[in-house]
Ligand binder design. Structure first.
Ligand code: ADP
Ligand code: MG
Length: 359
């Protein structure tokens, strides 16, 4: 087990800056996820930790030991690649044993370690199969076994589930978590899939354009996004541009051209970032926080509109409400909630709870 410390690392390829001044501290035994859209520098960062790339600037440390330019085979990291990178013409045993052979581990020890890890990933019956005869999910397990068999200090996984179908992805998600907990191994997981990130991680770093936008636990990232990129990338949200108005007894007031009345937001550090007066800001409210009202009362943050679209997804129902000036807001309810049976065109009122708005 090991900590990973990236201090102000930058990686340039010619004039492309793939990763820019990244600072991250990953704790021992942590399941840490790099999340972001394609091309934002996730793989490049992972490769700098594995040693396949060296940073242009900055330092990579494991347990405070400088590893910045240590070659990959001397870092004791296990890596699972997006396309698995298995040897298709070799057996499961030969694939998994490969890393031990390179490390000149004895035949007997190799055999017992390979059998042990194949047992852990539940592939013991397939030990003599050729990899090319296995299903995608089984190949994924071979790749995991191959990374784990060397008893790495750090496990690096680059979008390991992206080639699997939805059902298998769910299963492997749990499988990876089980193995990670069992081995207690520091794990860095790369994905563009927010559900994977939210369900698996102890902490998440959200990347965009080579820079880290926010680091936090899944609930911090979801409930307290620091900017509109994070709010929109992690889950669904409603975004509106607003300008600050006068503030009264801890309640901040905002105006928006999308709303016909002021919007009130409890002014806590969590709800509102720092801003200068007159600045145009972005307001975010999650669809599940938007409350559709049965009676059209006239309280704070109660607005009127009409239902423009209802989408039934099974477990939940999305209702799009169009306001007077055409702006849309989405409300999400559980199936059988108050909005389940609303018809398109119905006039409705909805409320934006003061403590659930982020500006
Ligand atoms: P991600 O894994 O988040 O999709 P990458 O780390 O692969 O992103 O890429 C980040 C950026 O760096 C992209 O713009 C990509 O084109 C560029 N890049 C990555 N690897 C190389 C390379 N070997 N040579 C040149 N550019 C690269
Ligand atoms: Mg990548």
């Amino acid at each position: 087990m090991s900590t990973v410390n990236l201090s102000t690392i930058t990686k340039r390829f010619g004039n492309v800056t793939a990763v820019k001044e990244l600072d991250l501290k990953i704790k021992e035994g942590e399941f840490f996820t790099f999340l972001g859209p394609s091309g934002c520098g996730k793989t490049t960062t992972l490769r700098m930790i594995a040693g396949f790339y060296y940073p242009t600037e900055g330092k990579v440390k494991f347990n405070e030991k400088d590893m910045t330019t240590v070659p990959p085979e001397k870092r004791n990291t296990g890596m699972v690649f997006q396309n698995y990178a298995l040897f298709p013409h070799m057996t499961v045993y030969e694939n998994v044993a490969f890393g031990l052979k390179v490390r000149r581990i004895s035949k007997n020890e190799t055999k017992s370690r390979v059998e042990d890890v194949l047992n852990k990933v539940r592939l013991d019956q397939y030990i003599d199969r050729q990899v090319s005869q296995l299903s995608g999910g089984q190949q994924q397990r071979v790749a995991l076994a191959r990374a784990l068999v060397i008893e790495p200090d750090i496990l690096l996984l680059d979008e390991p589930l992206s080639n699997l179908d939805a059902r298998l992805r769910d299963e492997m998600r749990n499988e990876i978590l089980r193995l990670q907990r069992e081995y207690g191994i520091t794990t860095i997981y790369v994905t563009h899939d927010q559900v994977e990130a939210l369900t698996m991680s102890d902490r998440i770093a959200v990347f965009n354009f080579g820079e880290c936008q926010q680091v936090g636990t899944p609930s911090e990232i979801y409930n307290k996004p620091v900017n509109d990129f994070v709010a929109a990338f992690i889950g669904e949200t409603n975004l509106f541009s607003v300008t600050p108005d006068k503030e009264n007894e801890g309640i901040a007031v905002f105006q928006s051209t999308d709303f016909d009345k002021s919007i009130y937001v409890g002014h806590t550090e969590e709800n509102i970032g720092s801003y200068v007066e007159g600045e145009e800001l972005v307001m975010s409210i999650r669809p599940e926080a938007v409350r559709i009202l049965k009676d059209s009362d006239d309280g704070n943050n109660v607005f009127k509109g009409k239902v423009s679209l209802v989408q039934f997804t099974g477990a939940s129902v999305h209702t799009y409400i169009e306001m007077k000036n055409g702006a849309l807001i989405r409300a999400t309810d559980l199936n059988n909630g108050p909005s389940t049976y609303l018809k398109e065109g119905t006039p409705v009122s909805f409320q934006l709870p003061q403590n659930q708005i982020r500006v």
